[in-house]
Design a protein around this ligand. Structure first.
Ligand code: URP
Ligand code: ZN
Ligand code: ZN
Length: 460
């Protein structure tokens, strides 16, 4: 089966040029121009950018968290991903009953038969017992090459420094990449107890009890611990200037430290958390949303590649039935935002149209860099002969307003509600299949495949 994506402007991580893309079955056959190319289907890309499918390396589907379970499963979550131009996700499987391998098995079962787009897994280590550490090489063999440690969420997912060191050492030995949620969990409990004693229980106190220094301290500590153990490190959802400064300093010293931010930290602020009544609960995520000046700091860090990736940290909870668990106490509001569908729109509107980044930089941050850092390249993250035919035909002329009334995510609100944006996918192809066309997800649950990932050599 041949499909010709005709008449668009192809955007890669380094350049833009007018070209057609011929897709043969699951792969790209060639990129170029040919008057007499034959195809079973021609996809009109005139007036559009043709991008490599986005990769979202930070999602939480069907994840038990904060006393409830995230609202999107692998069907609804990956359908929403496809609608937003994302053709591959890397989701976080949680250690289950003390076992990493059981966690992987559980998450594979969650995804099997449901996913619309390809998926891979990181493993979150919440209890770094000797038994769990011994499972790491086996998990790597199974295609999990990245392991996340939470330095926050005390009493739930948080690990201590000794556990971190043991995991970092195992990473150095296996070639896997550790990832950290960098916030000092003990400091947060200390600040939360003080806030509660003062009766400060509204959603806005989520931010005051997780100030930027709490993130910066943990970032700096994680960098040191990883360095002592001889391991590279990836810092997830970096939100603020002092945390960026820690990463920049390490990179300036030649250390293999990498990081991402997420669209919410580029387009929303702590003012959203302070909205009237309980509305702020819609914006409770960790690290918290920050003051607006951090947007420029993050764009600049991305441009300079102190941070390499923009992901979503999609972690959806319904406002009425789940965020409401914390109506009387912000500490009980499940942490996380529904964002998987809006990344391209937000990046194009605030990044490219806002004059912060170019189109190739956008492609680098949302597709090529995640493919390279997370072991999905060269199949994914590129428009080149032989790569998977994961393509987004993106029409920049369309003007829309983001809204829960029209989104595909299985959640009752959208944190970007009312944001007027330009551009939306016209057609999305995933391994050669049209999965989204003219506003509708047209794939079936179960077409997405598990992708086993190799370790990437990032130095130490
Ligand atoms: O608030 C957030 N970020 N929820 C998802 C879990 C995590 O920390 O990544
Ligand atoms: Zn996290
Ligand atoms: Zn997350």
């Amino acid at each position: 089966m041949k499909k010709l994506v005709r008449g668009g402007t192809v955007v890669t991580a380094t350049e833009m040029f007018d070209a057609d893309v011929l897709v043969e079955d699951e792969q790209i056959a060639w990129v170029g121009r040919s008057e007499d190319a034959e195809a079973d289907e021609v996809i009109d890309a005139s007036g559009c950018f043709v991008l490599p499918g986005l990769i979202d390396n930070h999602t939480h589907l069907s994840m038990p968290f904060g006393g409830t379970v995230t609202a999107d499963d692998f069907d609804t979550g990956t359908a929403a991903a496809a609608a937003g131009g994302t053709t591959c996700i890397v989701d976080f499987a949680l250690q289950t009953d003390g076992s990493l391998l059981k966690g992987l098995e559980t998450w594979k079962a969650n995804a099997e038969g449901r996913a619309h787009v390809d998926y891979a897994f990181h493993l979150a280590v919440s209890e770094a017992s000797p038994e769990a550490i011994r499972e790491i090489p086996r998990a790597v063999e199974e295609g999990v090459s990245t392991f996340k440690l939470f330095m926050a969420y005390k009493g739930a997912l948080m690990v201590d420094d000794l556990e971190m060191l043991n995991v970092f050492e195992a990473m150095a030995e296996t070639g896997a990449l550790p990832m950290v949620h960098a916030e000092n969990g003990d400091a947060i409990v200390f600040l939360q107890e003080r806030a509660a004693a003062a009766g400060e229980l509204a959603p806005r106190f989520h931010a005051t009890t997780r100030p930027p220094e709490v993130e910066a301290e943990a970032t700096s500590r994680a960098i040191r611990l990883a360095t002592w153990a001889g391991s590279p490190l990836f810092v997830v959802h970096v939100s603020c200037e002092p945390a960026v400064a820690e990463i920049q300093r390490a990179r300036d010293a030649g250390l293999p430290i990498y990081g991402e931010t997420c669209i919410q930290y580029l387009a929303l602020t702590v003012e959203d958390l302070a909205r009237e009544g309980f509305e702020g609960a819609k914006f409770v995520c960790s690290p918290p949303l920050r003051e607006a000046y951090n947007h420029d700091v993050l764009w600049s860090a991305l441009r300079q590649q102190a941070l390499q990736i923009v992901s979503t940290d999609h972690c959806p909870f319904n406002y009425e039935t789940q965020k409401s668990l914390g109506r009387d106490d912000f500490r009980l509001i499940p942490n996380g935002l529904p964002t998987i569908e809006s990344r391209l729109a937000v990046m194009y509107e605030y990044g490219v149209r806002g004059g912060k980044i170019t189109m190739p930089e956008l492609v680098r941050m949302v597709s090529t860099a995640p493919a390279q850092l997370f072991g999905l390249a060269p199949s994914k993250g590129a428009i080149a002969a032989g790569a998977d035919a994961d393509l987004v035909v993106f029409d920049p002329s369309v003007e829309t307003t983001i809204s829960a009334a029209t989104h595909k995510m299985n959640v009752d609100y959208n944190p970007f509600e009312g944001h007027a944006v330009h551009g939306e996918p016209r057609v999305v192809l995933a391994r050669g299949d049209v999965v989204f066309r003219d506003g509708d997800v047209v794939s079936s649950p179960g077409r997405g495949r598990y992708v086993a990932r190799d370790c990437v050599s990032l130095g130490s």
